[in-house]
Design a protein around this ligand. Structure first.
Ligand code: CO
Length: 201
């Protein structure tokens, strides 16, 4: 059996380095979290939320799944959104996709990958909703385009949840954004689909 001891060693070093820089960091954070951002991103190991926006622990509430999909029957995702919006009162929800997304690529093919095929149906829906635009795109652009269209669709899904609609109805300051991350250069791009109170920003 392998116990991954090297990770515990790295953890001790990491915690010590933070304490050296800010002795009260963990005790202050232990009292309460008050992140301003809910991040809904892909589970891909190359897209770690805090690292790519260079924010420390305590700043981002995170939900990740394959291909950053927001599904109305997914109690896990809905619970995260509800807790973030109603209890933590985050001011921003960011749906962040990424180019080169394996989930999106799998959804573009007719291959079978097992149970996950059912999850990828949601991205096949995005393909169906945007068929003309995707058909008209050059072959080389289609994958990137679908990664972007998937983010836009999920932003719309976040906005249309009863949670976000009710937050806007009670006048909560809540912005929903769609971003995409380029795994080739580490750069984030705003897809300019931000919404606040059912109005585009
Ligand atoms: Co992905």
């Amino acid at each position: 059996m392998e116990k991954l001891n090297h990770l515990f060693k790295k953890n001790l070093e990491w915690a010590a380095a933070i304490k050296k820089q800010d002795p009260d960091f963990f005790t202050e954070l232990a009292g309460q979290q008050s992140p301003k951002i809910l991040w809904i991103g892909c589970a891909d190991s190359r897209v770690p939320a805090n690292q790519i926006i260079d924010l420390p622990p305590g700043e981002v509430f995170v939900h990740r799944n394959i291909a950053n999909v927001v599904v109305y029957t997914d109690l896990n995702c809905l619970s995260v959104i509800q807790y973030a919006v109603d209890v933590l009162k985050v001011e921003h929800v960011v749906v962040c996709g990424h180019y080169g997304c394996g989930g999106v690529k799998a959804a573009m093919s007719n291959d079978s990958y097992g149970l996950i095929d059912n999850w990828l149906r949601h991205i096949k829906d995005v393909i169906r909703f945007n068929k003309t635009q995707l058909d008209n795109a050059a072959d080389i652009e289609r994958f990137d385009l679908l990664c972007e269209l998937n983010v836009k669709e999920q932003v719309s899904n976040v906005c249309n949840t009863s949670i976000v609609q009710q937050a806007w109805q009670r006048g909560a300051k809540l912005n929903v954004h769609g971003w995409i991350y380029d795994i080739n250069n580490g750069i984030l791009k705003d897809l300019d689909v931000s919404m606040a109170d059912n109005v585009a920003l």
